[in-house]
Write a protein of this length. Sequence first.
Length: 113
Amino acid sequence: VQLQASGGGLVQAGGSLRLSCTASGSISSLDGLGWYRQAPGKQREFVAHITTSGYLNYADSVKGRFAISRDYAKNTVYLQMNSLKPEDTGVYYCRLFRGMIYWGKGTLVTVSS
């Protein structure tokens, strides 16, 4: 499975972005789908996840601001990011779990103050 993330860019604090991650093949409810991010000089960290049962899980730092969703018809998982803060800056990676973990290449989000 290949994952292609897009939608990153430069935005001012308080702004919004929507990230997309499209899989090379079909995705289904059997797949765990998630987003992670890596800020400069820091380790990759969890942002949001949809479990195979459809449960949505978010990091405390993004709760109430970010929303993860999926579109099976488009083989795509989204991350809607609102009220962005400078500390949200980083490379955002999508992840798919289907017996093993697949990572996308990442898309850069820069939030200016």
